[in-house]
Design a protein around this ligand. Sequence first.
Ligand code: NDP
Length: 250
Amino acid sequence: MTSPVALITGAARGIGLATARLFAADGWQVAMIDRDAPALAEAAAGLAGGHPVVCDVSDPAQVDGMVAQVLDMLGRIDAVVNNAGVADFGPVAEHDYARWRTVMATNLDGVFLVSQACIPALQATRGAIVNIGSISGLRASTLRVAYGTSKAAVIHLTKQQAAELGEWGIRANCVCPGPVRTKLAMAVHSPDIIAAYHDAIPLNRYGSETEIAQAIRFLCSDSASYITGQVLAADGGFDATGIGLPALRR
Ligand code: NDP
């Protein structure tokens, strides 16, 4: 029997690489997509079943070429994990249009483009899409005008995909991670933000890349065969809580 194939974007490091490792450990072939060619080559070299394809997911022509290359190489696509993302935090009054567009181009356009290019292949396998949102798309906070809005849009895009693609047996779900100490997060999480997250999270800690990857793998698996259009926060309880926790900790 042919091995199932997962296409994972932003797979050179962080949550994407941890997800690629889980799928590979389960015997999947993994198309590892990223724009950072050296990091991607190194990550794929260390993973049996990992196949690197360099691509900027915000570029429609590159996305079409990448999906064609994956199908040529691996023959099928059973799961698409739209994980590539960028973060840029800035005040709403000063966040200029170029910065807004850069965030939207990867975080929102990239999810739209990669998913759409994979639809024919997913129709053939009755496959699954998992989009990576964020707790910043579930709850507003300071400095996240572009990032948080892009992730809220990803959550809704997921529901749009589920609404239409269910006809073909394709499921679409969204995982919203809480904070994880990756390159992306550490570039924007100041000491104040790190302390505030610890205070606001019932489990009182950051998550790990693997803890997020496990939620992604579940939603791509047959164990989630009747789940579509859902948003799963893997966030230590952040989204469930309001006021009170910091007072309790003191
Ligand atoms: P990392 O920075 O560790 O990894 C993201 C990878 O995606 C990088 O290799 C990055 O390359 C690549 N990438 C970015 N833009 C593109 C693009 N246009 N085309 C192809 N590859 C691209 O980030 P994380 O693992 O932390 O993030 C993964 C996802 O999880 C993101 O969508 C993020 O928003 C989300 N998330 C992360 C949280 C966290 O705390 N870490 C919390 C909530 C959500 P490069 O280095 O060149 O940018």
